[in-house]
Design a protein around this ligand. Structure first.
Ligand code: FES
Length: 168
């Protein structure tokens, strides 16, 4: 199913924000739209957007891989994206991530068996002074969590799982 068929109004609204000669600038909002339902961007969506914007799939791939807000694979209901860039690493982010992996019994990039959490390592999220820190991405949007400990994170995960059950 094409993006224009699934979200005709939204695609039209997005494209209306850019002049025809600059329509390639609509790539980010279109990607975000394509990701809305499945939680990641499918190959078909990439080809679809390339056709709509008259750009190559390689150019779209470059955008997807640069930004942590776009996903190429199905993940858990929530993504926990821990910054382990150098400033955060100096404040213990690597150890935090390692301990979190151990507690969740998964590796970075993996999803918990219940499908609730995908753990990822990402580059700077602009909260370096408050590491260890991460952002969560889920049904409630994107949220920052700073000065975190493993214990606080495990509590948060329980809260997220509980909130997910209430919403079902
Ligand atoms: S280096 Fe981690 S938030 Fe900036």
């Amino acid at each position: 199913m094409s993006l224009e068929k699934t979200y005709p109004k939204e695609v039209k609204q997005i494209l209306a924000k850019y002049p025809p000669e600059g329509k390639r600038s609509a790539v980010m909002p279109l990607l975000f739209l394509a990701q809305r339902e499945p939680g990641y961007i499918t190959k078909a969506a990439i080809e679809d957007i390339a056709q709509i914007l008259d750009i190559t799939t390689t150019e779209i791939d470059a955008v997807i891989t640069f930004y942590t807000l776009y996903h190429q694979e199905q993940g858990g209901k929530y993504r926990i994206q821990v910054c382990n860039d150098l400033p955060c690493a100096l404040r213990g982010a690597d150890k935090f991530l390692e301990d979190l992996c151990e507690n969740l019994a998964i590796k970075v990039g993996e999803t918990t068996p219940d499908g609730a959490i995908t753990l990822e390592a990402v580059a700077c999220l602009a909260a370096c002074n408050n590491a260890p820190m991460f952002q969560t991405q889920g049904p409630d949007g994107i949220k920052y969590h700073e000065n975190m400990t493993v214990a606080k994170t495990l509590d948060l995960i329980q809260t997220l799982k509980h909130a997910g059950k209430e919403a079902e």
